[in-house]
Design a protein. Structure first.
Length: 288
């Protein structure tokens, strides 16, 4: 008989390509991953992974086992989701993954209100720009700026986030657009829509600095570093900033709410989804 925990560790090695990567993913030590992998190979009496100096490569039989193991994982996760959805009381933990731009400036500000309305639901709110897997229960609910297409998920648009160009009202070149210098994201975000929009407006004008998070862009533009492309709900909330893109192309990101179909009727999950949708709807500059 094979142990499901051994299979789970094997899948992490297959996904990450290294024992250390699998250990980080599973939040265990390197030795545990190695031991679990060896136990599975012993139980199956075959080598599943070639351990190379800097990586792990699946053998032919390892690839075949991985395909079967992924099916097992999906079934196991499905059982857990169904069990969670069956819990009728408004009690439990609900994990939400959302873009950083919507977590601290918006959703987190209303957590006290949510707690007052649902004191027995523990809301776990993670600021994550990367996609998470709802099928693997990496989150119960996700808020995304790109429409998710994960199999088994239910998605709806709950708002839209327009962007504008902002500068501090004391910015020295405010009245001279030809001398504007821009605050952009770094090159890892080249394909991000708001980066492409900003660089299209900047043209040949200089990029004065590159920062990874909208919160950092907001700090830099407040300090008078240059011109930044900010969500309008952030830019308009700061009385020291002025919008300066009246002749620039308009740009907006849609806001999507997504849940796995197995959890959409769970009362705690539904309460969290309604809360997120309501907060977005109440913000005038985020309405669809």
């Amino acid at each position: 008989m094979t142990d499901w925990e051994d299979i789970r560790h094997f899948l992490a090695v297959a996904e990450c390509g290294t024992l250390s990567g699998a250990a980080r993913k599973l939040k265990v030590d390197h030795a545990t991953v190695s031991r679990r992998l060896a136990a599975l190979e012993m139980a199956l009496d075959t080598r599943l992974v070639d351990r190379l100096p800097r990586s792990c490569r699946l053998t032919a039989i390892g690839e075949a086992v991985r395909e079967r193991a992924l099916t097992m994982e999906a079934s196991a996760d499905g059982i857990a989701r169904l069990a969670k959805a069956a819990h009728a009381p408004l009690v439990g933990r609900v994990a939400v993954s959302a873009p950083p731009v919507l977590v601290a400036p918006l959703l987190a500000r209303h957590l006290a209100r949510f707690h007052d309305e649902h004191p027995d639901i523990r809301l776990s709110l993670a600021a994550q720009g990367e996609q998470v897997s709802l099928s693997r229960r990496e989150a119960d609910v996700a808020v995304r700026l790109v429409r998710p297409d994960e199999a088994g998920s239910v998605t709806r648009k709950i708002g839209a986030m327009p962007f504008g160009l902002y500068a501090h009202r004391s910015y020295g070149d405010l009245a001279a657009p030809e001398r504007w210098q821009f605050i952009a994201f770094d090159q890892a975000f080249t394909d991000m829509p708001q980066q492409q929009w900003l660089l299209g407006i900047a043209g040949d004008r200089p990029i004065v600095c590159e920062l990874n998070y909208i919160s950092e862009h907001l700090i830099a533009v407040r300090a008078g570093v240059g011109v930044a492309g900010l969500p309008c709900f952030l830019g308009e909330a700061d009385s020291d900033l002025v919008r300066i893109d009246r002749n620039a192309p308009s740009f907006s990101r849609d806001i999507w709410l997504v849940v796995h179909r197995d959890l959409r009727n769970s009362r705690p999950v539904r309460a969290v989804m309604d809360f997120v949708a309501q907060i977005v709807a109440e913000e005038p500059l985020l309405k669809a």
